[in-house]
Design a protein around this ligand. Structure first.
Ligand SMILES: [Zn+2]
Length: 265
């Protein structure tokens, strides 16, 4: 009973904090449209990051402005939606065949609303209905099956990322596009992948998260190109120049990794 009372009290406090937060106007979520004082931090926010990651200019999520307190969208999901708005990508998804790996809930809802001809959601460990088991290093689909592949913050978790990139290229139709967002360190020439970095504490310190298997450096771009893709890095400042990144809780240093398989489908 005591445990239940504590839980109820904590729940009531959370709701009160959210209510007060919802009175603010400084931040706004592009997914649910709500405005509020602040986004929720990922763990302790940027201040909890290791000096190493700061030194090598780690670029990925915005950990101070991570979760929307109302719809729980996260920053990298919001950022993709803003890029898709700006670049007219939603319109291109209508009638297309799409593979979406580790599918984000809100992004998946928007894609479904575009009425794609075929929409496959896959994850190595599916936990939601409608998501099938897909190992990105062994994608169970024929070559040239998809017009679009969306693989947002996945490669940093995959031990054999070169094989994963080959597979992503293989299942894409010539002329098709892949969105391959991945955190990387712009101050690092070569990716860091060291067998000595084996426990959770070290992985958090050097890779940013306990389930990341490496920290990409600038050679990430050549890895993507090496799999056959034409890579265009669309910068936030060029695509979304009028966008107040802090207000919308996205990282302005994170470019859109727009990858294309050459050819005509
Ligand atoms: Zn929201």
């Amino acid at each position: 009973m005591e445990y239940q009372a504590k839980q109820e009290k904590a729940g009531a406090l959370r709701r009160l904090r959210r209510f007060v937060n919802g009175l603010g106007r400084a931040r706004q979520c592009c997914v649910c449209g709500r405005s509020f004082f602040r986004f929720s931090k990922f763990r302790g926010g940027w201040n909890s990051f290791s000096p190493y990651l700061n030194n090598v200019k780690w670029t990925g999520s915005d950990f101070d402005n991570f979760w929307c307190p109302f719809c729980r969208s996260h920053d990298r999901e919001r950022h993709l939606m803003l890029y898709f708005d700006r670049l007219g990508i939603w319109e291109k998804l209508a009638g297309a065949a799409i593979l979406h790996l580790a599918p984000e809930k809100h992004l998946a809802g928007r894609i479904e609303a575009c009425r794609p001809a075929r929409y496959v959601k896959g994850d190595l460990f599916p936990s939601r209905e409608g998501v099938e088991r897909v190992d990105v290093t062994q994608i169970p689909y024929a070559a040239a099956s998809f017009d679009w592949v969306i693989c947002n913050h996945v490669l940093e978790h995959v031990p054999d990322d070169v094989q994963a990139l080959r597979e992503l290229w293989r299942v894409l139709r010539p002329g098709g596009h892949a969105i391959l967002q991945t955190p990387f360190a712009s101050g690092l020439e070569k990716s860091l992948e060291d067998p000595e970095i084996a426990d959770d504490e070290k992985r958090i310190e050097f890779y940013g998260q306990e389930d990341h298997v490496r920290l990409y450096g600038r050679d990430l771009f050549d890895r993507i190109r090496g799999a056959g893709f034409q890579l265009t890095l669309m910068k936030h400042a060029e695509c979304l120049p009028a966008m107040d990144a802090r207000r919308y809780g996205v990282n302005p240093d994170e470019p859109l990794f727009l990858c294309c398989r050459d050819g005509v489908s």
